[in-house]
Design a protein around this ligand. Structure first.
Ligand code: SF4
Length: 416
């Protein structure tokens, strides 16, 4: 029986090409000594070649290990080609010969031993993956954190209660709108009952991602109460601006400015009024408190999420008229989305609390900045990933222990 982490890594490799997961899977291959597996990983990194194409790098395998590595490599390739973790899992689960005893003394003579001089510093090659809006947001917020997260990938991020709450709530809403693509006042009672049942089922399914049983129940209750608010808002919205849900968890992967971007849009509504599209993003964490605040974040190039979704739909031939962040965090207040209506270049910005406008010019500038960041990441190798100067950036950063350059929070400065 394989460890659950091995299964997760096999899925991460076959679905997303996650290199760190593949490296862990090589270390899990019991027919290879940990020294040989580590040497192979180091050689692949040093030669910047895919781990599954290591023949050219000639890792220092001993008898028996070369065949074992070839079998593992073929399975890794098959899993990636088919998107199915099965071949890798079968290869790792099959009885394997014990790894030969290795010690550093048994490594080939051409490998240097003893203390090595430090390597000269050199610019870092960045991974060649599609960009997501959250990756761009992190890059502009703190390059050092982006480096830790997307280049080093050193820490397995465990689910926080907030993340688990968000995942379960999203899953419930995905199923809900598949059943109720056209909400109406007449369906209010039926919708409320069904969403409640879907919330309970989603949180029960997600039970293992919460630390304790009490935590699951608390978060489930919070979601059920928020769902009541959601149905109130949904009926009101359907009355004011009737719509049909035409996309749920829609995967988008447009090429913009020569770069591949990827993301998932929570919901796409087609408005009866004029057939245009409203992009809806569910937010279970903190968000801007006004339309103006969110628009200014877009203008300062601090948030690319809704601009990215906007362009993904425009490039798909849709006309997008509205962009909305829908808060699902607080059950104590009515739901009031942050909603921006897209207006022409010459229009004067209008704001009324949570509702406002955003100019097509702002969206074009955001798109151009996305491409510039893409050019920077993909262009010349980056030789320094600066740490953020804003202590607020560090509030939820999981790399604080590794980050020697992080800015000090005000209380820390004061206590010195
Ligand atoms: S601790 Fe702060 S400065 Fe360091 S990587 Fe995290 S967010 Fe950036």
């Amino acid at each position: 029986m394989l460890r659950p982490t091995i299964e997760q890594d096999a899925i991460a490799w076959s679905h997303r090409g996650d290199r760190a997961a593949l490296e862990r899977l090589l270390l899990a291959c019991t027919a290879l000594s940990s020294i040989s597996a580590s040497a192979a990983i180091a050689l692949a990194r040093a030669n910047e070649c895919p781990l599954a194409a290591l023949e050219e790098a000639a890792p220092p395998f001993v008898d028996g290990e070369r065949d074992a590595f070839a079998a593992w490599r073929d399975a890794a390739r098959a899993s990636q080609a088919t998107g199915d973790p099965g071949p890798l899992l079968i290869a790792l689960e099959a009885p394997q010969p014990a790894a030969p005893e290795r010690s550093f003394a048994s490594l080939p003579a051409e490998l240097p031993s003893g203390a090595l001089p430090p390597e000269p510093a050199r610019p870092v090659a960045t991974p060649n993956r599609p960009f997501s809006a959250s990756a761009l947001n992190m890059f502009v917020d703190c390059r050092r954190r982006w480096f830790f997260r997307y280049v080093c990938d050193p820490v397995e991020e465990t689910d926080s209660p907030a993340a688990s709450y968000g995942t379960a709530f999203h899953a419930a809403l995905e199923n809900f709108h598949a059943e109720f693509p056209r909400p109406t006042e007449e369906l209010r009672a039926e919708m409320a009952q069904r969403l409640d049942a879907l919330i309970v089922a989603a949180f029960d399914r997600a039970r293992s991602t919460f630390a304790t049983a009490v935590e699951v129940e608390l978060q489930k209750e919070r979601a059920r109460r928020t769902a009541v608010r959601y149905i109130e808002w949904l009926c009101e919205r359907a009355r004011q601006l009737p719509f049909e849900v035409v996309g749920i968890e829609r995967r988008v992967a447009p090429t913009i400015g020569g770069h591949q971007f990827v993301g998932f849009i929570d919901r796409l509504d087609r408005l009866d009024l004029d057939g245009s599209i409203a992009v809806v993003d569910y937010k279970t964490g903190s968000i801007a408190e006004s339309a103006k605040e969110y628009r200014e974040r877009v203008r300062r190039f601090e948030d690319f999420q809704l601009p990215f979704y906007y362009w993904s739909q425009e490039l798909a031939g849709e006309r997008v008229s509205r962009l909305a962040l829908l808060p699902l965090k607080d059950h104590t207040v009515p739901i009031a989305p942050i909603e921006l209506e897209v207006v022409g270049a010459g229009a004067t910005p209008r704001d009324n609390g949570t509702r406002g406008t955003i100019s097509i010019l702002d969206l074009e500038r955001a798109r151009d900045r996305m491409v510039e960041i893409g050019d920077e990441i993909r262009g010349e190798r980056i030789d320094r990933f600066a740490a953020s100067e804003d202590p607020e950036s560090c509030a939820y950063c999981i790399y604080t222990l590794s980050c020697t350059d992080r800015p000090q929070a005000e209380p820390e400065r004061f206590s010195r």
